[in-house]
Structures are given as structure tokens and as C-alpha cells.
Ligand binder design. Structure first.
Ligand code: KIV
Length: 288
């Protein structure tokens, strides 16, 4: 992928055709979006994982459209080259095509996103069709869809039986037929992801779905070691930034307590003549 050229929806679809692997990473603010862009990643997903890794909720369910739009707008101020995708939060689309359209449009108009993602199988087909017919590019998401974590009884691998896997494959085909330009496969057995990838002409983006997907996505805070000790099996840590942050903050804490900070290098001075005048002024008794 040309590092300087804006990544578009057709580019991502073409990458599958050309046998090029696709990279996608989450980001939630301008500072990290800039770094993700600098790394040459193809797609930034402003995921509703925001709720867990940034806002401190136990699941993604409480995340609102206002939360998502605020963070997505920050991401688009930090990065413009990657394809930018806004994740539709729980309750923003399940209520029907009108709400789905209104909320998806907010991502494009208010937050500078290029496309949206929504979770679900065959039940979301009418919503995907409505969005696509009205000019909004949609990434689908099947398998472990975290907005249904209560129904699943936890963050559990899906499609482990032949019957459930068949259903997931049918859902993925239906979502492609509805016009989705790509699909996330989350936490499913690698052979099932492989079969989906083979059957679809749109790219599959895996997270816990094995090597045969057309692309891979991870949650930024998992990759960088910024999300406590929680570590899903599929989340490879490529850095230990959390440890580096604590080390830096401990050094600040002890420098301040021991009187080493701020030193001369980090303090401002003024001209000696100005200081002398100030001292004279400060010591002269007030006129009555
Ligand atoms: O919200 C998110 O970060 C996601 C990814 C895990 C695909 O949906």
C-alpha cells in the first residue's frame, strides 16, 4: 500500500483480489491515531471497545453515539490516510433502518469517518442494505459480537459446532449480498474463518480467527499493554507501554518529592536588570 495515498473502500476490497493482507487497528483519540497512521496501518477502527479500554466500563454495552462521535472526530483530526471506520454502539441501529441511517450519518458528517461497522448476522441484513443503498459503506461483524456478551454468557469463542459454524457462514454470505464491503470475524475457530474467507469475495478481517483471514485487527490497548492484566488469548502484545508509563510517572513522583524537579533546564529566567528592578519595587515601602 502506498504510504501517502488515502486508503478507500475500493482499495480495501481490491487488496483481497490482489492477495495483499490488510491491517486494521483501533484508535480512540488524535494522539494515537497519528501514531497508527505513522505505522502505515491500512484501516483505523474507532471501536466501541472504547467503552472498556478508555471509558472504564466492564462491557461495550453502555457506550453511546455521543461517546463514539466525540472520539471518532478526534481520530479523524489525528489521521487522514487510513480508511476510518466508526463502530455503531449498542442501541444505535438495532431499533431499525431509520435510526441506523441517522446514527451512521453522524459518523460521516460530524466525525469525518469513511464508513461504519455494525455487529450481527442475518438479523442485520435489512439494516446493512438500507445503509449501503443510501451511500454509507458498511463493515459487518460476526462471531463473538461483544454487544451480545450477556446472551453469550461471557466473551466466549463462537461457531464451535458444525451447526453454529454453518449458520455463521450463511450469515456472512447474506451480509456480503446485502452490500457489506468487508466483515470482521471475531473469536471463531480458524478453519471456520478460513471457509468464510474462501467463500466471500469481500475481505475478512480476523480477530481471534486464525491466519487465513484477508486481514487482521487488534485492540490498540491490548497490543501496547495498556489495558491492565486482561489479555485475551488472541491478543498479542507488541509493546509494554503501560509499564513504561508507570516507570516514567514514578520517576516524576520521586523527582518532585526529593526536590530534583524542576531543575534549571526546565525553569524560566528573566533579565538580571528586570529582576533587580522587581526586587527594589518589592522592598520599597508603599507611598501613603
Ligand atoms: O470495538 C472493537 O474494537 C471491535 C474490534 C474488536 C473488531 O469491534
Amino acid at each position: 500500500m502506498d504510504i501517502a495515498k488515502k486508503v478507500t473502500v475500493p482499495d480495501v476490497v481490491a487488496m483481497k483480489r490482489d492477495g495483499k493482507r490488510i491491517t486494521m487497528m483501533t484508535a480512540y483519540d488524535a494522539a494515537f491515531a497519528r501514531l497508527v497512521e505513522a505505522a502505515g496501518i491500512d484501516i483505523i477502527l474507532v471501536g466501541d471497545s472504547l467503552g472498556m479500554v478508555v471509558l472504564g466500563y466492564p462491557t461495550t454495552v453502555p457506550v453511546t453515539m455521543d461517546d463514539m462521535v466525540r472520539h471518532a472526530a478526534a481520530v479523524s483530526r489525528g489521521a487522514s490516510r487510513p480508511l476510518l471506520i466508526g463502530d455503531m454502539p449498542f442501541g444505535s441501529y438495532q431499533t431499525g433502518p431509520t435510526d441506523a441511517l441517522r446514527n451512521a450519518a453522524r459518523f460521516l458528517k460530524e466525525a469525518g469517518m469513511d464508513a461504519v461497522k455494525l455487529e450481527g448476522g442475518h438479523e442485520t441484513v435489512p439494516l446493512v442494505r438500507a445503509l449501503v443503498e443510501n451511500g454509507i459503506a458498511v463493515m459487518a461483524h460476526v462471531g463473538l459480537t461483544p454487544q451480545r456478551v450477556a446472551q453469550f454468557g461471557g466473551f466466549k469463542t463462537q461457531a464451535k459446532s458444525a451447526r453454529a459454524a454453518r449458520r455463521l457462514i450463511d450469515d456472512a454470505i447474506a451480509l456480503e449480498d446485502a452490500g457489506a464491503f468487508s466483515i470482521v470475524l471475531e473469536s471463531i475457530p480458524a478453519p471456520v474463518a478460513s471457509m468464510v474467507t474462501e467463500r466471500l469475495s469481500i475481505p475478512t478481517i480476523g480477530i481471534g480467527a486464525g491466519i487465513d483471514c484477508d486481514g487482521q485487527v487488534l485492540v490498540l490497548h491490548d497490543v501496547l499493554g495498556l489495558y491492565g492484566d486482561f489479555k485475551p488469548k488472541f491478543a498479542k502484545r507488541y509493546g509494554e507501554i503501560g509499564t513504561a508509563v508507570v516507570d516514567a510517572l514514578r520517576a516524576f513522583d520521586s523527582d518532585v518529592r526529593d526536590g530534583r524537579f524542576p531543575d534549571a533546564e526546565h525553569s524560566f529566567t528573566m533579565k538580571d536588570s528586570e529582576l533587580a528592578a522587581l526586587r527594589q519595587n518589592a522592598t520599597r515601602p508603599k507611598a501613603v
